[in-house]
Design a protein around this ligand. Structure first.
Ligand code: A3P
Length: 288
């Protein structure tokens, strides 16, 4: 199948047709944001489904029912995807959702509301690797080709939702004040408990020590991998083939070291550094 058969192009961004449509974008643009909505924003492969697990538990004070009974795509839907219109209107507040959209494309009511945002960033080298395997297992994405080929496409931004650098920069230049919290995937891996406390404080929720421990334990990579409501095992194999690569693949920091050659590392760092030169964002992996 040709690439254009698999993707819808929205404001220059490649979005899979399997999950995005003109109707879903129309719903997105006219979305009626509520002041107590919470949105986790990510560039793809940066920890989106992790946030779909975490957010309901923080917002509902540690009630595990939704994470055990509702698939992640309906529990915390992608705002721009087809499921949003089917689930979000009827969801009681506070609603949690995720989005891969850049800041400037967010719907008008997002800007006029008080909805809160948690922006999760991940080392782009690990995003590249994670994405390469995702393309192998998801039949609704184009074949990534060799790692070398995919590497070039990633740096050129010819991938889902465009360039990583454009995405992270778009969410830093904003007028959101204290409505936005920044976190990295790496911080979540290193100290999930500490990050969950930051999330709870940001969202004005308090978890008891015991609940916090239970939530941390439920949201580990190994536990999530066995949760059928979160590991995409409910999706037919011809759409997602976990034999080729599981969606919850490794869940580690630094897998790029097993994939990039020294030359690729230099090239990658040079391009990202150049593109980030007009911003003052510091990431923990900048020195890697
Ligand atoms: P890997 O492919 O490196 O394993 P997204 O949800 O944005 O598509 O991101 C998917 C990536 O997040 C995958 O990375 C997946 O394994 C990782 N991930 C999901 N849940 C995780 C968890 N609980 N702990 C660590 N990594 C997790």
């Amino acid at each position: 199948m040709q690439k254009d058969e698999k993707y819808t192009v929205y404001h220059g961004l490649l979005c899979p047709k399997e999950t995005h449509s003109m109707d879903s974008f129309q719903y997105f643009e006219g979305f009626n944001m509520r002041d107590d909505d919470v949105i986790a924003v990510t560039y793809p492969k940066s920890g989106t489904i992790w946030m779909q697990e975490i957010l309901p538990l923080i917002l509902n004070g540690g009630d595990f029912t939704p994470v055990h009974t509702i698939p992640n795509w309906d529990r915390v839907p992608w705002l721009e995807e087809t499921r949003a219109a089917l689930v979000l209107n009827n969801k009681p507040s506070p609603r949690a959702m995720v989005s891969h959209m850049p800041y400037h494309l967010m719907p008008p009511t997002f800007f006029s509301s008080k909805a809160k945002v948690i922006y999760v960033a991940r080392n782009p080298k690990d995003v590249l690797v994670s994405s390469f395997y995702f393309h192998q297992m998801a039949s609704f994405l184009d074949d990534p080709g060799t790692f070398e080929e995919f590497f070039d496409k990633f740096l050129a931004g010819q991938v889902l939702f465009g360039k990583w650098t454009d995405h992270v920069k778009s969410w830093r230049k904003n007028n959101l004040g204290d409505r936005i919290l920044y976190v990295t995937y790496e911080e979540m891996v290193k100290d999930l408990s500490g990050v969950l406390i930051r999330f709870s404080n940001f969202l004005g929720r308090e978890l008891t020590e015991q609940t916090l421990e239970q939530v941390v334990s439920h949201c580990t990579f190994t536990t999530m991998k066995t949760n059928a409501m979160s590991n995409f095992s409910l999706i037919p194999r011809d759409i997602m083939d976990h034999e080729k690569s599981p969606f919850l693949r490794k869940g580690i920091v630094g897998d790029w070291k097993n994939h990039l050659s020294p030359d690729q590392e230099v090239k990658f760092n040079t391009v990202i550094k150049q593109e980030m030169a007009d911003s003052d964002i510091q990431f923990p992996w900048d020195e890697d």
